[in-house]
Structures are given as structure tokens and as C-alpha cells.
Design a protein around this ligand. Sequence first.
Ligand code: SF4
Length: 232
Amino acid sequence: GGLDELDTHLTRCRACPRLVAWREEVAATRRRAFRDEEYWARPVPGFGPPDAALAVVGLAPAAHGGNRTGRMFTGDASGDFLFAALHAVGLASQPEATHRGDGLELYGVRVTAPVHCAPPQNKPTPTERDTCRPWLSAELALLAPSLRAAVALGAFSWQALLPALGSAGWRVPRPRPAFGHGAQLTLQATDERPELRILGSYHPSQQNTFTGRLTFAMLVDVLTRAAELAGL
Ligand code: SF4
């Protein structure tokens, strides 16, 4: 099956008891601003075309962002920052992402995460990260024919992405190269697919964007480089 089929299976996953409980509890209590909304409260699939050349990999859906809207990075501050940057680079049809029916299209980019359910405090456990890895591996394997580059947003993403790529048919060096903003890595495939370029960027969380650790220009810079490496 293709990505649509994978996403359908994913949205039924209940493998992590703590995250299943949390995503439903958040939906039951809601936030005042969203009290009239029906929360998604399920695993959030990746978003973007099935023949993407670039994967942008975050951490996990936000409780009142992706867990509410059902689309990665949609409806929270991190996503506002990321989609505005993707739009600035010409990879998104509009700078805003508010809900699944907002008309946003990504050009050659798939936005996804190594953990597909919202975790408390945005902190998945190592077990939850490992339990969710096969979903990311399967997604990357389906994208493999077109995939040329990936951006890992933050150290958690970097550390989860590399083994997922290993399971999806790329050779990952050991010891694993360390994460850094601007870190770059080239992976060869175990078959005849072309090499894959990996870039690290700080995650566009408010913790990083409010403090200026990650500025808009810094993210645009990494995404511009990634787009070039991906041939976009
Ligand atoms: Fe399933 Fe991943 Fe959600 Fe865990 S985090 S329940 S493995 S989709």
C-alpha cells in the first residue's frame, strides 16, 4: 500500500497507553479558545505529497496543535513559524496553517514526526519514541524513490530520524554524528537509490524562537539549503 494506506493504519494506533490517555484527556478538557472544536485526539499522520523530495521532521504533535487539528504542525506557534519559513522559501502555498481545510499545499515537502501522538510536556519517553519508530521508517521507505534530503528539527528528531532511516534502507554511520544547528550529513543507500542529505536545525518551539536561539532567518537559511540539496 501507499502513504494513504499507511496513514489510515497509523490513525488507529493505540500502542502507547500513556499517549492514548493524554491525547484523549486533552481533547476532553480542551482549551478555552478551542472549546467549540472537536479535537482530533488520534495519531497525526505526516502532511505533504507522496513524492516529496524533502522531509521535514519535528518531534511530536502539540496537544492543542496537531492533536486538535489532525494535521502536523497545524494550529500552534511552532507550526506558524515553520510554515511561514517554508512559504518564504517557496515550498508552501501560504504562510498560515490553521486547520485541515485551510487550503495549504506543500511543494515537494512532507512534514512529519518520529512520535505521532501528543506527549505530556512535549516529552515522549524513549520507549514511546522506539514504539513509534516503525511508522516513521515505513513512511520514509515509501518516500524513498523521490526523497533526496531531510531536515531534523531538534536533537530528539535527529536522534530518532537516523535509526528510522537505517531501518528504511540507508547506511547510518556509527557512532552516530552529533546533532547541531547547521549539522550536515550524507547517507548512502543500501540499494541503488541516490544518496540522502540530512540537515540539523533547532526546533521552532517557542522556547527557541522567543529567546532568539532560532531566528526566522536561521530557519529560512537551513530550509533554503535543504531545498537546494533536494533539487527543489
Ligand atoms: Fe502509536 Fe506512535 Fe501514537 Fe505510540 S505515538 S500510540 S506508536 S502512533
